[in-house]
Design a protein around this ligand. Structure first.
Ligand code: HEC
Length: 177
């Protein structure tokens, strides 16, 4: 029930968003500004040790709260609209993202990134859960190794059912049903 409404919300957002793609130079500058100024929390270290247990819990929370956009592996595996968002959902293993300090990754969860589709988690996740997710973000598994989020599995199966062979590669347009 919760998952369905979250999905509806995400789809609504994806379709309703009219923000245009910034030019390349523009987005490089925006990126610099974002990393150096906008995103706070740089000096705050992760208070939790990277035990197997903490990382595993981080992976679980990530799967529940972030997987719908970022995939279970943080690399958008199985997320049909990831590339269509503006800005697109980034690969969380990329250098740009990994360059953030732990405290900044936590800050991003606290505050979201405006005006993009990256939401803020003021409630719904405790500080401890967010720090565990940060631990997991540092240890993301190889792309595709965790399969696709459950919410998309059903959709993909239906797709396979109606269309026979499911073609891999390019994500199909979200309006195609
Ligand atoms: C509704 C879809 C959505 C959900 C859910 C979501 N994200 Fe994101 N995320 C995005 C988008 C879109 C961006 C790109 C933002 C940008 O570059 O402006 C992003 C960017 C990020 C970034 C990189 C920010 C940067 O400046 O490069 C991190 C880190 C991140 N998300 C972590 C998470 C975590 C952790 C969760 C779960 C707690 C999560 N996201 C949930 C859509 C989502």
């Amino acid at each position: 029930m919760r998952t369905t409404s979250l999905l509806a919300c995400v789809l609504l957002w994806t379709c309703g968003c009219g923000v245009s793609k910034p030019g390349k130079a523009e987005s490089t500058i925006a990126n610099e500004v974002k990393h150096k100024m906008t995103v706070g929390g740089k000096g705050i270290p992760n208070p939790l040790p990277a035990t197997d247990e903490n990382v595993a819990e981080g992976r679980e929370h990530f799967g529940h709260h972030c997987g719908i956009c970022h995939g279970l592996d943080g690399q958008s595996t199985g997320v049909p609209f990831a590339a269509h968002m503006s800005p697109p959902v980034p690969d969380l293993t990329s250098k740009d993202v990994q360059e953030y300090a732990d405290g900044q990754l936590k800050w991003i969860m606290d505050n979201g990134i405006n005006p993009s589709g990256m939401p803020a988690w003021k409630e719904g996740l405790t500080d401890e859960e967010k720090w565990k997710i940060v631990l997991y973000l540092r240890r993301l598994p190889p792309k595709g190794s965790l399969g696709i989020p459950d919410v998309y599995k059903e959709e993909q199966e239906q797709h396979e059912h109606t269309h026979g062979q499911h073609s891999h590669g390019d994500a199909h347009s979200p309006s195609h049903h």
